[in-house]
Design a binder for this molecule. Sequence first.
Ligand code: AMP
Length: 117
Amino acid sequence: MAERTLFTRIIDGEIPGDFVYQDEHVVAIRDINPSAPVHVLVIPRKPVRSLAHLEEKDRELAGHLLLAVRKVAEQEGIGESGYRVVINTGDGGGQTVPHLHLHVMGGTEFTEAGMRG
Ligand code: AMP
């Protein structure tokens, strides 16, 4: 069996995580090294390696992930002010944890180039 990912181990409670949202398909935890005042990772329970590994059969899961982002953003109070969603994909995309996750970042002002300030 493939090695279990860091996020699977957090989801299974082997490693602590600061959970802010959970449902049947998705969990959301605070990033341990936040790069914005609100920085949450939305993660499918299914250990899809990256966005590049998402398959046709994951269509429903993909929609579920986006809806979870919206719910988490509202819950975190950034639904109205706006936020940035990032999916680092593969080595070239700077992905360090090989388990698909969406970074939801807000509580600050982003410019086209990055974070202001
Ligand atoms: P990426 O570089 O897109 O793969 O993002 C991985 C993210 O996981 C980084 O922003 C890390 O700060 C975050 N991270 C690593 N370990 C943990 C952990 N134990 N709990 C929460 N977030 C973590």
